[in-house]
Design a protein around this ligand. Structure first.
Ligand code: TYC
Length: 109
């Protein structure tokens, strides 16, 4: 027998439709990167971090900074684990160099 059945041809059973079954892929888990408020880090520094590290527009950066200032915590973005980890490290490094107490963390979405 040389004729292939519908399943071998990548078709679902039963529907009569040639809907391709994709090879199994897994969506990566996503992580929120959060900025925490403090009493000492200058607002301008936080805005610069959001523009440079999180690629925000100056307007969005100012909005996020004010949200953190008023609410204690705010989201900079959602990324895969390695990207989120890198952004957190970049923020913490920039804050340490500038001697500001700014804190940045990540959490699973
Ligand atoms: N609260 C700071 C101030 O009044 C500003 C600030 C905003 C600090 C956001 C940290 O994540 C932060 N200078």
């Amino acid at each position: 027998m040389t004729e292939r059945n519908h399943e071998d041809a990548g078709e679902e059973e039963g529907t009569g439709l040639a809907t391709k079954t994709r090879p199994a892929t897994k969506k990566p888990s996503l992580y929120r990167v959060l900025l925490l408020n403090d009493d000492y880090t200058p607002m301008e520094f936080v805005v610069e971090v959001l523009v440079r590290i999180f690629r925000k527009s100056p307007e969005d950066a100012a909005r996020i900074m004010l949200h953190v200032h008023q609410n204690g915590v705010g989201m900079c973005g959602v990324y895969t684990y390695e990207v989120a980890e890198t952004k957190v490290a970049q923020v913490m490094d920039a804050a340490r160099r500038a001697q500001h107490p700014l804190q940045c963390t990540m959490e699973k979405e």
